[in-house]
Design a protein around this ligand. Structure first.
Ligand code: MLT
Length: 304
């Protein structure tokens, strides 16, 4: 019997891949063989020596002490691509919300008082106040051309946008295979200087921590919208506030409501919803359960 500890709610669709006659699954369990986790932070957690595998139902592994686990011989699995469509859809939502002033317009409507007649009068002033702009012809810079970045790039192309991409970890040829219409930026700074929207799709690593800092924010075009559905720490929030104040940055749309940014009028902050769709949760859970099962039963590593 294999014992599996679940640290977060892992979709039932995934747990069903682990037959109950061979798997005992619980959120608290002694001597687990494997741990399934979503976003719970495992740094500093006592991980029992019985653990042979950790399955992260998601793409990022920054919530797992991967180096330490690797030293201990624990295999860490993740699920690249399994939630990419969900993230892509939210990035598009963020872009459209920013371009059409949707958060402000919703606030405005909620604040209206009085009878229908006075509300209708106010609607006219709202129409004038919240004039937006359209996406065709605007340039989106996609930083990171992995499963999510490429999907975002293709979706933006379908909306009539120009797309430029930058990814230091893949060759230009590979990027072109992934998305032939995406123009390659020469460097991150080159991408920033040419984009109306910038969307970040890189994992959090020592190299990407605070990658968008003061100097880089100064290279943005005036009026840029920055979308961060990757990780909060990739952007230096202190410097970002300055960029918002100077107008260089028009909107910061992110999936992390930090205390210093969440109330800012030019910030659209969501509570880490990128991968929160029924489909993405199921895809990630199924993929990670299959990976852990293949490893525990046959020693097969299908992704790590
Ligand atoms: C990811 O890294 O894919 C997301 O953080 C997944 C999640 O929201 O759990």
């Amino acid at each position: 019997m294999f014992k599996i500890q679940t640290l977060n709610n892992i979709s039932v669709a995934g747990l069903e891949r682990l037959p109950r006659d061979r798997y005992e699954i619980a959120s608290e369990i002694a001597n687990p063989d494997a741990i399934l986790v979503r976003s719970a932070d495992m740094h500093g957690m006592a991980i029992p020596p019985s653990v042979k595998a950790i399955g992260r139902a998601g793409a990022g592994t920054n919530n797992i002490p991967v180096a330490e686990m690797t030293r201990r011989g624990v295999v860490v699995f993740n699920t690249p691509g399994a939630n990419a469509n969900a993230v892509k859809e939210l990035v598009l939502t963020g872009m459209l919300m920013a371009a059409r002033n949707i958060p402000q317009a919703l606030e405005f409507v909620k604040s209206l008082t009085g009878d229908d007649e006075s509300i209708h009068e106010a609607v006219e002033s709202g129409k004038k106040r919240f004039v937006g702009f359209e996406l065709p012809g605007r340039t989106l810079g996609v930083v990171g051309l992995g499963a999510i970045g490429v999907r975002v790039a293709n979706a933006a192309l379908a909306l009539g946008m120009r797309v430029i991409g930058y990814d230091p970890t893949i060759t230009v040829e590979r990027a072109w295979q992934l998305s032939s219409e995406v123009k390659q930026a020469l460097s991150l700074d080159d991408l920033l200087v040419r984009s109306d929207f910038v969307s970040l799709h890189v994992p959090l690593t020592a190299e990407t921590r605070a990658m968008i800092g003061g100097a880089r924010l100064k290279t943005l075009r005036k009026g840029t919208t920055l979308l961060n559905f990757a990780r909060q720490e990739i952007v230096d929030e202190e410097m970002l506030l300055e960029a918002l104040e100077t107008g260089r940055l028009l909107v910061y749309c992110c999936d992390f409501p930090s205390s210093r940014l969440k109330g800012h009028p030019q910030v659209i902050a969501l509570p880490h919803l990128g991968a929160s769709t029924k489909e993405a949760e199921e895809n990630c859970a199924v993929m990670v359960a299959d990976q852990v099962r293949a490893y525990l039963e046959d020693g097969n590593v299908t992704n790590s």
